[in-house]
Write a protein of this length. Structure first.
Length: 275
């Protein structure tokens, strides 16, 4: 793949994601004020000093937007990595093992997917202690069911190919077949799915925070910032629109990159076939 073959939309998406991660990594150095520091009047309008204005408690929205990027991206990234790892390992194991293992795992996955995700998350988070670890695990487990469905589908397509059957006849173990035969030949759709899951995690976390069961105050995250400042919209205050726009822009950037990854291949061409 050559850099000039990458479309402009993908470059825009990657640039947006890079900026968000730069804000997240260097938040203490880039933010002009502290995450919880009160610096002025409630809902003060934007000016030369506060480019996005102040929120419902008089905190700088731009500073909290930067700190919110750290919280939002950290939780969404951790949940996506865990969900993807869990879903891929279980789905590939089911595809290679077949029989009882495949049936049990697939039916349990169907059961989990039959429960509305948001309702299930709200019930579980209302019962369990509200901290970031619990939040990440709940998001990861719920999201892994979608990863399992795709992973099993692509793994079954590859598992019937001749080189996998040859490896089985050679006596190779399941781990070898999964990580050396199936995984390298399913990377393209899996990378695209990873991007989609990451975008979904950002939106899901923002939804939970808006409903009061995500990131807890006074920590900043974009969904919580929308919730804190939503009443200002009645009075023409745009404080809630800034984090809402950030969520939308980041989701669009991720989808632009995912669209490019999906267009790169229309079939299962992984690391070995698409070098």
């Amino acid at each position: 793949m050559r850099l000039r073959d990458i479309p402009i939309t993908a470059w825009i998406g990657m640039a947006g994601i890079a900026i968000a991660f730069i804000f997240a990594i260097f938040a203490p150095w880039l933010a002009p004020y502290g995450e919880t520091q009160v610096v002025g009047d409630v809902w003060q309008l934007p000016d030369n000093q506060y480019i996005f204005g102040l929120d419902n408690l008089g905190r700088d929205i731009f500073s909290r937007l930067i700190y919110g990027a750290r919280t939002t991206l950290t939780v969404a990234s951790a949940a996506t990595i865990i969900s993807f790892s869990l879903g891929i390992i279980l789905s590939f194991t089911a595809a290679v093992s077949r029989g009882v293992i495949d049936t049990v795992l697939s039916r349990f996955n169907d059961l989990m997917m039959s429960i509305p995700t948001l309702i299930f998350a709200l019930v579980v988070l209302a019962v369990l202690p509200q901290n970031i670890v619990v939040l990440i695990l709940v998001m990861a487990i719920l999201d892994s069911t979608r990863v399992y469905r795709l992973g099993r589908a692509v793994a079954l397509d590859v598992a019937v190919m001749e080189f996998v059957e040859a490896a089985t006849l050679r006596g190779e173990g399941k781990l070898w077949i999964i990580f050396r035969e199936i995984l390298p030949n399913t990377l393209s759709p899996l990378l695209a799915e990873f991007g989609l899951r990451f975008a979904f995690s950002i939106l899901f976390l923002s939804t939970l925070s808006f409903l009061g069961l995500g990131i807890q105050p006074p920590a900043a995250d974009w969904g919580g910032m929308v919730k804190d400042n939503k009443d200002g919209i009645i009075f023409g205050i745009s404080a809630a629109l800034v984090p809402g726009t950030a969520i939308a822009v980041l989701a669009v950037c991720v989808n632009l990159v995912v669209d490019w990854l999906l267009k790169r291949t229309s079939s299962l061409k992984g690391g070995r076939g698409d070098a």
